[in-house]
Design a protein around this ligand. Structure first.
Ligand code: RB5
Length: 150
């Protein structure tokens, strides 16, 4: 599995804390930037990661900004992207089990490195449950198709 990581300047420090976890989990990753703490605009990096997932070029992604809110707004505009903003590992686990989230969004200015590492581990170790949850995802897909036709 190859995953895309993107962040703005407010997410760089947390990104550097979670990269060792990806390596520990043997997950291949590509850094879509930004790479330093010079001020940038989160939509530019959210777009790169979300587009790659929407087009099927990457299976999953991680996005980080200060609160995680801006990146969530951007990511969830892309068809097929299900981005989940998580500040603790329970939500991270549930976002995989019930929502089949394919983008994990983290708030770089709110959680510490250890919390982020626990979230990333929980997220990657949990699989989608399917069943009634698949029916709900199909409804989301139907909403996307309906909006595309308008
Ligand atoms: C950048 O200052 C900040 O606005 C951004 O990282 C994010 O929190 C936006 O939602």
């Amino acid at each position: 599995m190859k995953i895309a990581i993107g962040c703005d300047h407010a997410g760089v420090a947390l990104k550097n804390k979670i990269v060792p976890v990806l390596e520990e989990l043997d997950i291949e990753w590509e850094d879509f930037g930004t790479k330093d703490e010079e001020s940038v605009d989160y939509p530019d990096f959210g777009e790169k990661v979300s587009e790659a997932i929407s087009k099927g070029e990457m299976e999953k992604g991680i996005l980080i900004c200060g609160t995680g809110i801006g990146m969530s707004i951007v990511a969830n505009k892309f068809p097929g992207v299900r981005a989940a903003l998580c500040s603790e590992d329970y939500s991270a686990k549930m976002s995989r089990l019930h929502n089949d989230a394919n983008v994990l969004v983290l708030p770089g200015r709110i959680i510490d490195g250890k919390t982020a590492q626990d979230i990333v581990k929980a997220w990657f170790k949990t699989s989608f449950e399917g069943g009634r949850h698949q029916r709900r995802l199909d409804k989301i897909k139907a909403i996307e198709s309906h909006l595309k036709c308008q």
